[in-house]
Design a protein. Sequence first.
Length: 292
Amino acid sequence: MATLSDALRKRLAEKNKPTETKAKDTAPTDDSVRFRERLKRAAGRLEARRAGGFPGAGIDETLGGREIPMPSGVFYLVEPDAAAMHPDIDPIVDMHHHLHLDGRVELPPGYTPIQDVSPVRWLYLDIETTGFLGVPLFLVGLMVFDGERLRVYQLLARDYAEEAPLLEYLAEQLELYHTFITFNGKSFDIPYIRDRYFANAIRCRFPMQHLDLLGLSRKRWRDKLPNCKLQTLEKWICGRGRDGDIPGTDIPDTYHLFVRTGNAALLKPIMDHNALDLITMADLLGYLLDMR
């Protein structure tokens, strides 16, 4: 039977295999190159582990989450520490605290979905999928302000069958909030989630309002930046970057590889990527409101 290290190396070989259209493609991005190097190192570590008789990384030891039972089955819930992931999170929390304590702040035009709505009723949302519409959703990242700090909740389907219980739990959470905050969620995340509820025959009521930061960012910075992708804004507006982040195009293959092998070390970069996207959205909102 093929080992996980063999699978990793096969995937790398397939990605680097020349094709007829290769000459037309642009050079790999720095993030893609760094991530492939991480895969090579992971394959080497797995070979070393097997040589020493050690098992692959388990999900509990790697992610530290817990199993959540729902009527249709179980899924896995992870609660990473937002402050540990982003040590400079205090100014972001302070912005939420200020808006929570003073609900009379007049926001600029275009921010009606959060005007006079306490941040404790906002729901930041970002999803990770196995492709485009029509294929399973495997990770929903949520972030909320509880009145004191930002809390991240990641709903993970450890295999394709856990999508339905994940969606059942998500439906319960959506009932609690007034406003979605997303980045490109109006075009991608929310239509995708609606499609998965329809495919799984699960009823769901969505929050009343939706604030999408992509359009607001384009209006504010498109003439000043090369593009308005979230990580471009993170670098040039929020003033930080990520080292060795998993490229979004590699996430579906990496998740499928996890499902085949069960090695949760493959999930860690996906979970980190998702959580950091949520934190960056909150940070970006502060800059959009000139409160950072």
